[in-house]
Every structure is written in structure tokens, then in C-alpha cells.
Design a protein around this ligand. Structure first.
Ligand code: ADP
Ligand code: NI
Length: 214
């Protein structure tokens, strides 16, 4: 299933993320790539387009590369170096632009391929992986784990969500527990359900231990 183009793209993202500490690491990208490939096969989407967008989805991320995030300059420059057509480059650019969670401003991707990539990225924020990533992010940003006095804020739009500072446990309510119902493909819905159940059990345990009940 792997082509020369995909091999080159994997090598490129490995290089881009070699120096990144924001949590948008190479291994997140590879998990999204593998999950997106699986979804693409199950959903009968164009596998190569899905793989390319999955691999490049975070190279121009707002937190990692704020100066290139609007025009996706890194992804575009890389694709040009691979002699991809203008049409393909535009399609991939559009798919990458649709991926991110943005509170109530989140978009539903226009194409089946975009849906597979968005679902794969969101699945990596759920389950055991999602729990680990949330606490890693919280530690990295000096957030406290939990404070019962600070309540989660729901229904935030893009700007509110991006500027909001909260506890890591609140992040579960402000984003992670919203993702299951935002999945696009039937294949991802099944996986999201399982991962969310696992996360909810984890939070229940966390709260019991917080109160010294267990
Ligand atoms: P992605 O679109 O790749 O999921 P994000 O930048 O939204 O990227 O988040 C990267 C990871 O960090 C995700 O697993 C996400 O849940 C987690 N994360 C983002 N914001 C917070 C936060 N405020 N507290 C805890 N974890 C967070
Ligand atoms: Ni991502």
C-alpha cells in the first residue's frame, strides 16, 4: 500500500517533528496516518489522498508553526517538491484546513477523504492515548490537573476555545467528551464509542480517588 510518495512524506514529517515539543509529535502523526488508512479502506475513500493529508495535517499547526498555518506553506512547499498537481495540492490543503477542533466553529469536511482524516485525528484525542496526551499537554503548559472550584465551559466558539485556559480534567468536558458525536464515518463512530467509554471510566475512578472513596 505504501508508495514512493508516501515514503517521502513519512521521511519529511519525521524531520519536521524532530525538534517539536508541543505534543504534535511524529508518533501522533503516524498514529493518525495508520488510523486514517484503516478508515479510508473501510469507507472506500481514496487511500493515497487520505494518507497524504493525514501525514501533513499538523506540519503547519497553529501552535507549532504560527507563521505558516494560514496558507499551509510547509505542506504546500513539500508537495510541490514531489511534483504533485496544483489540483491535488489544493485538495490536500483544503482537507488539512478542515481537520481542527474549533469548538462550535468546527467544520464537517466536504469530502469523504477529509472526513476520514478528521476522524482519525480526533480518535487520537480519545481513549488511553487521549488521556496520556491530555495530561502530557497539561504538564507541558503548567496547567493543574483538576480544581473542583473551576467549572468547565461548554459551547465555546473558536476564539473562546483557543484563548481559554483551564484544568486538564476540564479539557475532557470542553473537548474530549464532545468528539464521539462529531465523528463523520460509521467506522470511526464504533471506535470512538469504545474509547470514550474507557475515558469516562477513567474520570469516574479519578473522581472517586479524589474524594478518597476507593
Ligand atoms: P489535534 O488537533 O492534533 O488533536 P490539539 O492541538 O487540539 O491537536 O491537541 C493536541 C493534544 O493535546 C490533544 O490530545 C488534545 O486533547 C490535547 N490538548 C489540547 N488542549 C488541551 C488542554 N487545554 N488541556 C489538556 N490537553 C489538551
Ligand atoms: Ni493532529
Amino acid at each position: 500500500m505504501e508508495s514512493r510518495l508516501i515514503d517521502n512524506t513519512i521521511a519529511y514529517v519525521k524531520e519536521v517533528f524532530a525538534t517539536d515539543f508541543s505534543g504534535h509529535d511524529y508518533f501522533h502523526t503516524m498514529r493518525v496516518y495508520k488510523m486514517a488508512t484503516k478508515l479510508a479502506l473501510q469507507e472506500h475513500a481514496d487511500v493515497q489522498m487520505v494518507q497524504l493529508a493525514a501525514l501533513l495535517h499538523d506540519v503547519d499547526d497553529r501552535k507549532l508553526s504560527p507563521e505558516t498555518c494560514v496558507n499551509k506553506d510547509r505542506a504546500v512547499t513539500f508537495m510541490q517538491s514531489q511534483n504533485l498537481s496544483e489540483v491535488t495540492i489544493e485538495e490536500i490543503k483544503e482537507m488539512i484546513g478542515e481537520v481542527s477542533f474549533a469548538g462550535t466553529d468546527s467544520v464537517v469536511p466536504k469530502t469523504l477523504e477529509g472526513k476520514c482524516v478528521q476522524d482519525a485525528d480526533r480518535l487520537d484525542a480519545l481513549g488511553a492515548m487521549g488521556i496520556a496526551r491530555a495530561f502530557a499537554y497539561g504538564g507541558n503548559h503548567n496547567r493543574i490537573m483538576y480544581d473542583p472550584e473551576i467549572k468547565p465551559i461548554l459551547h465555546m466558539d473558536k476564539e473562546e476555545y483557543e484563548n481559554h485556559v483551564s484544568t486538564t480534567v476540564n479539557h475532557f468536558y470542553e473537548k474530549l467528551f464532545l468528539l464521539k458525536d462529531m465523528m463523520n464515518t460509521e467506522s470511526a463512530k464504533v471506535i470512538a464509542k469504545h474509547r470514550e467509554r474507557y475515558m469516562k471510566e477513567y474520570i469516574d475512578e479519578f473522581m472517586d480517588e479524589w474524594e478518597g472513596l476507593k
